[in-house]
Write a protein that binds this ligand. Sequence first.
Ligand SMILES: [Zn+2]
Length: 259
Amino acid sequence: MLIKQEGIILKTIDYGESNKIATVLTKNSGKLSVMAKGAKKPNSRYAAVMQPFVYGSFVYFKGSGLPTISQGEIILSFKQLHYDLFKAAHAAYITELIEKLTEERRPYVFLFDLLLLALKQIDTGQDPEIIARIVDLKMLTVAGAKPNLDGCASCKSVERDPIAFSISFAGFLCSGCVHRDERAYPVTLSMVKLIRTLFYVDLTKLGSISIKRETKERLHQIISSYYQEYVGVALKSQRFIDQLKKVDGNHFKLDEKKD
Ligand SMILES: [Zn+2]
């Protein structure tokens, strides 16, 4: 049976001498592995479309084994992601996270749009680190580890402003409850608002956000601890981002190629 699907490539692996297997997040059927015969050869008609972050349209044959691609066309290739290492590293982080936290052939209603919008936002100049943190927070729901961000995670009060974020309570703590977790991260009210905004934000409506480096690092620290406690995935792309940051405090760009 021939099936046509739009999807975004999460990763590809070489298979045999000339083939590639791509893991694709499809628009309608969740995550799927497909084989592209001959795609490793540079002159293959699949060579361009079988690349990470490509948003494409695929026709594949579905039989009893691994589906095999018979047509593939690029819809969007997010050019900037290929010329800017810092952007590419964060796009890789997002696709790796989504790949690790999803199961094949299970539909995830909002996930395709989340990935597409995240890649578009990075491609068009939004801070890649902020987009990665938005995806981190939104993926907690997929991972079954949604934090309680609306009131105090202990007494449930929404009257008192939170003053700390507790990993063990999976949410904020108010001044009356902060003593219950001595390892909770103290947070300012602006950090509380930031975490809520990034968790609930609609990426189609995201304006330009600028966050101080220390705030971004603090936010990343809190989210990483949360992931360690409840999700437990180690991402290769995070190690690469850490190395990039060591090389250059901001980030460095490859020379943009002119068409
Ligand atoms: Zn409380």
